[in-house]
Design a protein around this ligand. Structure first.
Ligand code: NAG
Length: 331
């Protein structure tokens, strides 16, 4: 017995070490792959969930919305826009709406997708399935995504277009990203512009930077760019439009899902939105930037009649979003 006891102890000890090592590594890989999700609201989603809609998880065909564009090649729309910028015209000025519709909006592509990952359904780090379920898997909705980046990487809206046959609007200010976005042949309206942080159109200095591009015209933005690692200053002049103006140009005042991730000006853009004139059902908004970013964002959006549903964060800090839904939404 005195000889056997240490042997058993060795075997037991080795077993315990193996279990610990296994758990350590499984936890580690778990952490690096998974988003942390914090539910603010544990209540069940409202409405009736139709099983057949839930099960439609393959790519669908649909004919995107068409609006007539009347481009006149001899009309100097940039000079006309400069006058409207200088005059700080209101968001619903008919001349502004007309110029956006005819000269800035690009129509949805009629060609097949050319995506890097064509077979994929979910590009969004897990946000779209959540939003999809909370909107009762509706088909034919309308989304807005700003910044749209290259139209595929991390896209919060491609699922709705491919699977749920939604029309939409992609907003991307960086001309390099926009050029790549156009090659993907998204079935959405696109606009190479920024969302205005003011209730009028304006020209701004914009610092390019792939997924870290942002308006670069105030101290907070300049400090932020200086603090970011490996982010050179590489600016352009960009035309910004209020979101409301672009939606009026499209004749679209209902937005089922609005994804707002513009590296710092989210709050300013939200302040321009007339929530009484637009019906925006769900939103995901990046919150990390600024002091008390999360609390400020939640209190402002909740004061506009929304409830915070979910906070989504990725281990590397690349995703920091809060998902909101309009209170009393019935499907
Ligand atoms: C096109 O624009 C030019 C310059 O503004 C204008 O003179 C002309 O009448 C316009 N043509 C049409 C068909 O609107």
């Amino acid at each position: 017995m005195r000889v056997k006891f240490p042997q058993t102890a060795y075997i037991l000890g080795a077993f315990v070490v193996c279990v610990l090592v296994y758990f350590f590594f499984s936890q580690k890989t778990h952490e690096t792959n998974v988003l942390s999700a914090h539910f603010f609201d544990q209540s069940a989603p409202q409405g009736y969930f139709l099983a057949e809609r839930k099960s439609v998880v393959q790519q669908q065909n649909f004919v995107p919305m068409v609006i007539p564009l009347k481009r006149n090649s001899s009309f100097d729309y940039k000079a006309a826009m400069k006058e409207l910028n200088d005059a700080r015209v209101p968001m619903d000025d008919p001349r502004l709406i007309q110029i956006i519709r005819d000269y800035y909006l690009d129509p949805p592509s009629q060609e097949p997708y050319t995506l890097e990952n064509p077979g994929r359904l979910e590009y969004s780090n897990g946000q779209t399935p959540f939003v999809d379920s909370r909107l009762n898997y509706i088909e034919g909705g309308f989304y807005v995504e700003a910044g749209a980046l290259n139209g595929e990487k991390g896209s919060n809206t491609l699922f709705f277009e491919k699977v749920r046959k939604w029309n939409g609007l992609l907003v991307e200010a960086d001309p390099d990203n926009y050029a790549v976005l156009k090659t993907k042949h998204r079935k959405a309206f696109t606009i190479n512009a920024c969302l205005s942080t003011k209730k009028y159109p304006n020209m701004v200095t914009f610092n390019k930077g792939f997924n870290r591009g942002r308006i670069y015209d105030n101290k907070e933005a300049i400090d932020w760019v200086n603090r970011e690692k490996n982010l050179p200053v590489n600016t352009i002049q960009a035309q910004c439009f209020p979101l409301y103006s672009i939606l009026l140009a499209l004749g679209q005042t209902t937005v089922d899902f609005f994804s707002l991730d513009i590296e710092g000006d989210e709050m300013h853009v939200l302040e321009t939105i007339p929530f009484d004139k637009l019906n925006i059902k769900m939103m995901t908004v990046e919150f990390v930037h600024g002091a008390n970013g999360e609390e400020t964002l939640r209190s402002v959006v909740e004061s506009k009649g929304y409830e915070s549903l979910l906070k989504v964060q990725r281990w590397d800090g690349g995703v920091n979003d809060i998902i909101f839904r309009k209170k009393g939404l019935i499907h």
